[in-house]
Design a protein around this ligand. Structure first.
Ligand SMILES: [Zn+2]
Length: 55
């Protein structure tokens, strides 16, 4: 699939990575970051592109 869908990627393929412990948190239905890391409670996140699932 060479075609890219920026809208779909922004909506569905977004993960957040804790900048303290590097835990990944998947954004739930949006691009807003989680309030805090579920592991360490840190509130700093960076965006990460998630891999596309084929099925
Ligand atoms: Zn963390």
């Amino acid at each position: 699939m060479a075609q890219r869908h920026p809208e779909a990627e922004a909506r569905l393929l977004v993960k957040w990575v804790c900048m303290k412990c590097s835990a990944t948190v998947r954004a739930h239905g949006g691009v807003k970051p989680p309030k805090s890391c579920r592991k360490c409670g840190y509130t700093g996140f960076r965006k990460k592109a998630a891999e596309r699932r084929t099925t």
